[in-house]
Write a protein that binds this ligand. Structure first.
Ligand code: NAP
Length: 274
């Protein structure tokens, strides 16, 4: 089967403009090439995960709101000998991500790997946290993951193969002062993932959570150096994590070899939560 994913497959929440979706790579997407969707791929962990999955031989569909960094990611992957495309989508918008995933998988005729990585924080102590900050964080981190898993289920079941990797956080495992919204969303993601694992396991689909500790990205950049030193003292391996620490864990769970691992939470935190 030959599959091509045309540029017009940019999601309808973003009217198709050349900037918002990469041109289809001139290729025949071979039946052996696995298709991986990665959200939040414009920077940080998602970018590292997208590059790693492409290096592992998958065709990557990178999703985020910012077209320019996605375009440069596709160029980087292509220069390294891989294949990738991007689509612009705000995953916080109703069922935008679900509809985009349906469109991509219908056009490609397959969907093998889904990495729900995009996430936001709106930190604040419980008594001062607004309803809006709670709802926004739950919406982008948790609701979008549900919407994406639901949309991915059909094409994965059809192919009798699937790897879903949801990016949680140690905050969702241990709780964290100032992150009632974020910890609740990431804890909810664990329950969602275990349920998906139980419902879809018989169809060759696995679902797992990778729960990062403290990783050097834009999300953690705001941390003052003093706090960073304090944090490092609490980490057994005495260093902050690198995005590649996370993409290595995701690469395993997204691989064929991980077929007997499902419903698990893989904490990748250098021992922070021990
Ligand atoms: P980051 O550097 O802030 O990147 C977040 C990514 O999500 C960006 O690509 C962003 O792209 C995308 N995104 C945010 N809101 C979006 C929306 N509404 N629609 C579509 N895309 C959206 O964060 P990160 O540190 O790489 O974190 C990635 C994931 O790991 C998150 O789920 C985070 O909770 C989790 N995590 C991170 C750490 C850490 O220490 N860094 C620790 C634990 C868990 P655009 O802005 O272009 O849309």
């Amino acid at each position: 089967m030959i599959c091509t994913i045309p540029a017009r497959a940019a999601h309808r929440c973003n009217p198709p403009r050349q900037r918002e979706a990469s041109h289809p790579i001139r290729r025949s997407l071979l039946i052996e090439t696995r298709l991986a969707i990665v959200t939040g791929a414009s920077r940080g962990l998602g970018r590292s995960i997208a590059s790693r999955l492409a290096a592992d031989g998958m065709h990557v569909m990178a999703i985020a709101r910012s077209a320019d960094p996605l375009q440069s990611l596709v160029e980087e992957i292509t220069a390294a000998g891989g294949t990738a495309e991007f689509r612009v989508c705000d995953i916080g918008e109703a069922n935008a991500l679900g509809e985009l995933i349906e469109e991509i998988s219908e056009t490609a005729g397959r969907l093998d790997v889904l990495v729900n990585n995009a996430g936001i924080t709106r930190d604040g102590l419980l008594m001062r946290m607004s309803d809006e900050d709670f709802d926004d964080v739950v919406n982008v981190n948790l609701r979008s993951t549900f919407v994406a898993c639901r949309a991915a289920a059909r094409p994965m079941m059809k192919g009798r193969y699937g790897r879903i990797v949801n990016i949680g956080s140690v905050s969702g495992v241990t709780g964290n002062p100032g992150q009632a919204n974020y910890a609740a969303a990431k804890a909810g993601m664990i329950g969602l993932t275990k349920t998906v694992a139980k419902e879809l396991g018989g169809k060759g689909i696995t679902a797992n959570v990778v729960a990062p500790g403290f990783i050097k990205t834009d999300m953690t950049e705001a941390m003052v150096p003093l706090l960073e030193q304090e944090m490092v003292k609490r980490i057994s391996t005495r260093r902050l994590g690198e995005p590649s620490d996370i993409s290595a864990a995701v690469a395993f769970l997204a691989s064929e070899e991980a077929s007997y691992v499902t419903g698990q939470v893989l904490v990748v935190d250098g021992g922070l939560a021990l």
